[in-house]
Design a protein. Structure first.
Length: 523
């Protein structure tokens, strides 16, 4: 082993700091075992930091070795319950007294891997899609190792590293069979048709039977009538399997009821949902926050684990440059009567060609210079410019027709993503609502503003209305700022633990699932 470019044996006074990257008290009497451990740990920063700060004492040999090794074996055996391939944690099965430095570090590497996986996930979020902007914040792993070694119950210490959020636990139960949606194959198949409330026929009978077997029984009624109670049971089942919950049993619903949709597809959504929850392990999801689940087309305010507000959303379209990214931030302002500063990408791709054809096109927008001053269109030769050198911006005044509506919700971020009102209200009635340029349009924006402002004024409606009546842009500061999480879950539990499914509108689940499986081979 080379320390600082010289032999460790020849230069023991240098200590092990150069190899380990941490300060170690200078010594003259390193044992061969210690030198071997230092060499094996060199290049592994988290292990080097732990060993260097703890006198090069091994974890999995010597005193307490059996207890610590057993704890690691038991914890890693739970990998399938987390949707993690068991092969990811390949452990040395040799007895502790037969282990050498390489074996010690190999065991410790598995420990580090398990700790990292449980406290921030296996996969770096942006590696599977550049629009996953989520930043994972883990506790210092060397400190976790220290606490594990010192714990009176190391097994429980490791098991407690997993996210304890009720949603994570519900997803685990669903993955391991706690929510059985499988339907016995020997039941009569439901006939394919378009079953609506009021329909009648013998085909209703197997629909009722299959719903009951899946745990969505309808109250007793005429077995051959598709009544309102049956439609409600169908709607609840549809929500659980990721279909629009309209209560109408069409071909997709019947295919699910008949077992024609593979169960492994459902489990894949849960596996990736568990990983996404591990990415968020450091976030305080018990405190008040805004939760926007992109595939669900829904925004909520959550407080102490309970939903206090919900509204429909419209999210970015499926074009990759318009998809809504995933990240967390702090919502700082409610902006009433906002101006719309048109993003440059929209200005040069959509509006510049129109202006080149007709300088009076898109007349609802002002052309402004770099100082924010409105420039008369007849003073601009639009034909001179390209998307690369167009020197102007475009802006829309506050109005009922403003693209942002009458209110927007700001959480400053590099991607210029925010929540906002919209004049195009009809889109909220559609089941699939991916139509925006990336920002999130809110179905009930005034109510959301009232709910967000309710912590800082006894009459949030009056505060909001005063700002609205000014008919000019007004910024209302949120005190304190409210965390906002833009997330992407195609499987997520309701308050009662029932897993609801949503369309993978951007196709982000498949590459994440593949990355998880590949990570399982990297033992």
């Amino acid at each position: 082993m080379i320390l600082g470019g010289q032999s460790a044996v020849a230069q023991p006074r240098l200590g092990l700091a150069p190899a380990l990257g941490v300060a170690v008290a200078p010594r003259l009497d390193f044992s061969p075992e210690e030198l071997a451990l230092a060499e094996a740990a060199a290049g592994l920063p988290e292990l080097a930091a732990y060993y260097g700060a703890n006198g090069l004492r091994p974890i999995f040999t010597g005193e307490n070795a059996v207890k610590l090794r057993s704890a690691l074996v038991d914890a890693t055996a739970t990998a399938p319950q987390h949707g993690i391939p068991a092969s990811r944690y390949a452990l040395d099965t040799r007895p502790a007294d037969a282990a050498d430095a390489r074996s010690e570090v190999a065991q410790a590497r598995v420990l580090v891997r398990y700790m990292r996986d449980m406290t921030g996930g296996m996969i770096r979020p942006g590696s599977v899609d550049p629009l996953i902007k989520r930043e994972v914040k883990r506790p210092p792993i060397d400190r976790l190792i220290r606490d594990f070694v010192q714990s009176p119950d190391p097994r429980q210490f490791l098991l407690d590293l997993q996210p304890r959020h009720p949603a994570y636990l519900a997803l685990q139960r669903a993955l391991t069979g706690g929510q059985a949606l499988a339907i016995p194959a020997d039941l009569p198949r439901a006939p394919e048709a378009l079953w609506r409330p009021g329909a009648r026929g013998a085909g209703v009978v197997p629909i009722r039977a299959r719903l009951e077997a899946a745990g969505f029984a309808a109250p007793a009624g005429d077995p051959q009538v598709y009544d309102a109670a049956l439609a409600d049971a169908v709607a609840r089942y549809q929500a659980a399997v990721g279909l629009p919950s309209d209560g109408v049993a069409g071909p997709k619903t019947i295919a699910h009821l008949n077992g024609d949709v593979p169960q492994d597809g459902r489990n894949r959504a849960i596996v990736v949902a568990l990983e996404r929850m591990r990415w968020m392990g450091s976030e305080d999801l018990d405190s008040r926050h805004v939760w926007v689940n992109i595939p669900e087309y829904t925004a909520r305010i959550m407080e102490n684990g309970a939903e206090t507000f919900r509204t429909r959303t419209v999210v970015g379209s499926t074009d990759h440059d318009r998809q809504t990214p995933e990240f967390s931030d702090q919502m700082e302002h409610v902006v009433v009567n906002p101006r719309w500063n048109v993003p440059r990408s929209i200005t040069v791709k959509e509006y510049l060609p129109k202006l080149q054809a007709n300088r009076n096109a898109v007349s609802h927008l002002d052309v402004v210079d770099g100082n924010g001053r409105v420039v008369a269109r007849d003073r601009i030769d639009f034909g001179r410019y390209t998307a690369a050198n167009f020197p102007y911006r475009m802006r829309q005044k506050p109005s009922d027709d403003n693209a942002l509506g009458l209110v927007k919700f700001i959480f400053p971020n590099p991607w210029n993503i925010y929540l906002h009102d919209t004049p195009t209200k009809h889109l909220f009635q559609r089941a699939s609502r991916a139509y925006s340029h990336g920002c999130i349009r809110i179905g009930d924006p005034f109510d959301l503003a009232h709910a967000l402002l309710s912590r800082q004024t006894p009459d949030p409606q009056a505060m909001f209305q005063r700002a609205l009546s000014r008919e000019d842009e007004v910024w209302l500061k949120l005190t304190p700022a409210v965390p906002v999480h833009l997330v992407y879950f195609t499987a997520f539990p309701d308050a009662d633990g029932t897993i609801r499914r949503f369309e993978d509108v951007y196709g982000r689940d498949a590459p994440l699932y593949d990355a998880i499986q590949k990570a399982g081979l990297d033992s």
